[in-house]
Design a protein around this ligand. Sequence first.
Ligand SMILES: C[S@@+](CC[C@H](N)C(=O)[O-])C[C@H]1O[C@@H](n2cnc3c(N)ncnc32)[C@H](O)[C@@H]1O
Length: 343
Amino acid sequence: MNYSLLVAPKKYDPQTEDLTTELYRMRGMLRAGKARDLCLRVSLGWLEVKQLSRIRTSLAELEATAKELFESGRLLQQLPTLDAALQAAEQRLKTERSNEGQELYFMARLLRGTIHQQGLALDDEAVEKMVNAYTLSNAHFWEDYYSTVDAERFDWYGTWDTDITWDGGGTSSMGSVLRPFLRADAEMLMVGCGRSEMSQQMYREGFQRITNIDISRPLLERLQRKLGEEMPLMSWRWMNASSLLLPDGSMDVVIEKGTLDSLQDNLPLFKAAVREMHRVLRTGEVLISITDADRLSELQSLAPFRCQGFAGQVAHQKRLQLYVCHKSVSLWDELTSWFKLEL
Ligand SMILES: C[S@@+](CC[C@H](N)C(=O)[O-])C[C@H]1O[C@@H](n2cnc3c(N)ncnc32)[C@H](O)[C@@H]1O
């Protein structure tokens, strides 16, 4: 379960930042004293306040608490309490007209869905049907979310010009690590483009043959209207990452940033998406996967990829892993090329 993706990173607000730090400090102390229930009550209390930035902090806190409860086998016990508090918050947030209020409404509903999925081992559809809540791999979530929350720019793990402090030393932009793997004439696929700036920044730098795909039609229509004229070599198409409507070997580069993360709790979807990304790549060409998960062996075991990983820290945000995976020559290709040589 990928809890770390649920609550979108907050906008910087010094007052909330101080309170968050304080709450985290308290949490550490409480945990050391094995007083997690008190800690949970503090976060639930924060959910009742009016100030949106506090609610955001509270949701982030509840997300972390739910993760701990799950890992210690106590989530089911606390499910009714969490459910009631999140439902009450949803009711209040539903009437909020601001983008932030609406976004938090979706985050609360997503968190409620996720804890039910985990606590009761439900799939995406069952969560939606039984508790009227969402999970990250449910396409309805993204459809509803993007058609309600106005498409303000937002990038998971930063974008092309975001500076990353790399574990091996030095700070450089994401783009400067990716540039050596790209060619200006490369045919590229951006899987689950969302509201990211990445494709636009790449386009402005000369990497223009980009097909952006996503599961949300309202989002794609908006992007097409906004950018279609200015960026004629780029396109926006509705596709499910797990069944791409593209021929085998038709892409030189496939990029996904946070999209596999959102599918990872739905294993059949996740596996199909990795295999589809492999299928549409030309042999020898690259998949670039940006995530906060350790995914090297997973990617290599699901499809014949040879991956190298770069790890780093995004300023003010969390850690990221950037994988560059070359589509390997399959055994079949090797045998046939060897056979042709022999002839
Ligand atoms: C965590 S967001 C990442 C968005 C963007 N790549 C970024 O870096 O900011 C995941 C994106 O994947 C899209 N998505 C979710 N499931 C999908 C699927 N099955 N096929 C295609 N896109 C999907 C969502 O609509 C969303 O825009």
